[in-house]
Design a binder for this molecule. Structure first.
Ligand SMILES: Nc1nc2c(ncn2[C@@H]2O[C@H](COP(=O)(O)OP(=O)(O)OP(=O)(O)O)[C@@H](O)[C@H]2O)c(=O)[nH]1
Ligand SMILES: [Mg+2]
Length: 267
């Protein structure tokens, strides 16, 4: 039986349907080398036993220096557009992107933050509760790669240790080729490994790797959400509706030991 919990609104477009697990960009810096969904996740999806995953938004935060192309990357993916003119992001902005992963509805809320120093305090207020942190740098500007570590540290400070998937993304791939591109990527892969992040090179201008990258983000975030949800439901007292409003007769009263941990709640 499939889950009856489906989000409101129109169904997802065909290019947001992820049926097989998307591959990494390079095995030299990737979060996991599996080519299939986790067995428990596949089984849960087949049975329609994915709880409220379809109703939730997973938060993705994109950080990095000004002018590296954060907004362009998000707009290429969400709107399939590219603008040559630079318009600085003021504070934050977000897009919601709906997917169907392994037959289950799943949504990402993608936060675009400002790289300009003067807006940093506004933007950093939105780092909390991220399930994915994407640190973007410009492949043609090594300084922006050097600053990536600081951006990541700032974003991680607002989140629970180990709660976020980390990605390091080199932008403007269309501006580099040959040895220059290989060298920039090699340096980035080194840093990605130090940061325990997955590395991707993309171009918002040509669209190269943009869809593949966000599909990978969505699949990893989805998988972790389903696993967390299964874990919570297997340890929670029997409830109707998955909430705390209605309790089945005979269930023990809530105690500090059986209360749901807030650190495990939905991101
Ligand atoms: N050639 C090329 N130019 C790009 C690419 N991505 C972005 N740009 C250009 O780089 C400039 C900055 O892009 P934005 O996306 O506005 O940069 P941002 O990181 O959002 O900047 P802030 O909002 O100030 O933090 C713009 O002029 C874009 O057209 C790309 O993939 N290739
Ligand atoms: Mg921007």
């Amino acid at each position: 039986m499939r889950s009856s919990l489906t989000p409101l609104g129109p169904s997802v477009s065909r290019d947001r349907i992820i049926s097989s697990f998307p591959k990494w960009y390079t095995p030299a810096a990737c979060l996991q080398l599996r080519e299939h969904f986790h067995g428990q996740v596949s089984a849960a999806c087949q049975r329609g036993n994915t709880g409220t995953i379809g109703l939730r938004l997973s938060k993705v935060v994109v950080v990095g220096d000004l002018y590296v192309g954060k907004t362009s990357l998000i707009h290429r993916f969400c709107k399939n557009v590219f603008d040559h003119d630079y318009k600085a992001t003021i504070g934050v902005d977000f897009e919601i992107e709906r997917f169907e992963v392994a037959g289950t509805p799943f949504s990402l809320q993608i936060w675009d933050t400002a790289g300009q120093e003067k807006f940093k305090c506004i933007a950093s207020a939105y780092y909390r509760g991220a399930q994915v942190i994407i640190t973007a740098f410009d492949l043609t500007d090594v300084q922006t790669l050097e600053h990536s570590r600081q951006w990541l540290e700032d974003a991680l400070r607002e989140n629970e240790p180990g709660a976020c998937f980390l990605f390091l993304v080199g932008t403007k791939k269309d501006l580099l080729s040959g040895a220059a591109c290989e060298q920039a990527e090699a340096e980035a892969v080194r840093l990605a490994n130090e940061m325990q992040a997955e590395y991707w090179s993309v171009s918002a201008k040509t669209g190269e790797n943009v869809k593949a990258f966000f599909s990978r983000v969505a699949a990893l975030a989805f998988e972790r959400s389903v696993l967390k949800d299964l874990e919570l439901r297997s340890s929670a007292p029997l409830q109707v509706g998955g909430g705390d409003l209605i309790r089945m007769e005979g269930c023990p009263p809530e105690t500090p030991n059986n209360r749901r941990s807030s650190s495990l709640s939905c991101c």
